[in-house]
Design a protein around this ligand. Structure first.
Ligand SMILES: NC(=O)c1ccc[n+]([C@@H]2O[C@H](COP(=O)([O-])OP(=O)(O)OC[C@H]3O[C@@H](n4cnc5c(N)ncnc54)[C@H](OP(=O)(O)O)[C@@H]3O)[C@@H](O)[C@H]2O)c1
Length: 310
């Protein structure tokens, strides 16, 4: 498993992450098999959020109850969770009280003393950066959170936080797959009149993260769009799947490894956050960790997904 630095800390972490958003209905054995398969493949980085599951902290609790981790097993894992979404509404809340309460709920549900990483889940329009800073200072000084980051944030939103927050922001988790790659595709076609791909919607977040050593974590890496189903093997993407299948044969890996490699091949040093609950798919995706796609192959996949290379 290839590793990448986690933000400016330089701490090495695997470039494939096991996301556990979809485990709410899985029994203990199934959760254990999923996590064990990931561990065997070198994936020791787990992604959670307080809102994953049918009830608050549901997936975090399901994970802890199934795994029953000993302290040393816990220490072998990097456990990341997120706060800031209030599902009853919905709305977003980056207040001190909400962030601290959410983390304490996560720690109880996960049956652990600390989160390795806490991400602010989705930008709060009413964010007060000093209040976030106060929450981070409290969570850090009490040992409840070891590192901090964001998710779905623009450069301006990160800059605003950085004016108040003392801790480095190590990661920005963003939606990215071959078929949903505006953060990559916009820059390739900047200044092309009349082309939707040229429209800058995220303030240049990919370049910003690279310039500030913020690790990009790609969520929904196999979804065609926003939870619209996967593009792998889907009849709506014949050209893309033909290229994926040909490269899978070339590199002697499953198709899912090529879809993973399209992200891990990017020199930004991204992490791919898997959401599958199928152990075989986790093992297959992990094989994409260091598939050395050539430039020509990477761009061929990009074009086959429908993006323009002017
Ligand atoms: N920060 C954010 O705002 C945010 C938002 C969404 C998600 N996330 C994180 O990102 C993770 C991944 O998100 P995701 O689950 O949407 O991503 P994904 O890995 O692209 O999608 C996984 C889903 O696709 C299904 N699937 C069907 N065919 C598949 C195939 N051939 N290969 C792989 N999967 C297939 C899986 O089903 P099976 O389970 O049956 O395999 C599963 O339901 C989540 O677990 C969560 O940790 C973060």
């Amino acid at each position: 498993m290839k590793t990448v630095p986690l933000g400016p800390t330089g701490r090495q972490v695997p470039n494939v992450v096991l996301g556990l958003m979809r485990i709410a209905q899985m029994d203990d054995d199934a959760v254990r098999r999923l996590v064990r398969t990931a561990r065997d493949a070198g994936v020791d980085f787990i992604d959670h959020a307080d809102v994953y599951g049918d009830e608050l902290h549901g997936c975090e609790r399901r994970f802890a109850e199934a795994m029953q981790l000993t302290p040393s097993q816990r220490a072998e894992l990097t456990i990341q969770s997120k706060a800031g979404i209030v599902p009853d509404g919905p709305y977003f809340d980056y207040s001190y009280d909400h962030l601290v309460e959410s983390v304490e709920g996560s720690l109880r549900a996960l049956d652990t003393d600390y989160l390795d990483v806490l991400l602010l889940h989705r930008p709060d329009a009413l964010v007060e950066p000093d209040e976030v800073a106060r929450a981070f200072d409290h969570l850090e000084s009490t040992g409840k959170v070891r590192a901090f980051g964001v998710s779905n944030h623009t450069p301006g939103q990160i800059e605003l936080l950085r004016r108040s927050v003392r801790q480095p922001l190590v990661a920005n988790q963003l939606q990215l797959s071959i078929t949903h790659a505006p953060m990559v595709a916009q820059g390739v076609a900047a200044n092309m009149a009349g082309l939707d791909q040229s429209t800058a919607r995220d303030g240049g977040i990919l370049d910003y993260c690279r310039l500030h050593d913020i690790t990009v974590q790609a969520w929904s890496p196999f979804q065609a769009g926003f939870f619209t189903g996967v593009f792998l093997g889907h009849e709506g993407y014949p050209e893309l799947n033909a290229v994926i299948d040909r490269l899978a044969a070339t590199y002697d890996v499953p198709a899912i490894a090529i879809a993973t490699a399209w992200i891990t091949r990017h020199p930004a040093g991204m992490q791919v956050v898997l959401g599958t609950t199928t152990p075989e798919r986790v093992a297959g995706a992990a094989q994409g960790s260091d598939v050395p796609l050539t430039r020509a192959e990477w761009y061929e996949l990009f074009r086959a997904a429908g993006y323009t290379v002017p």
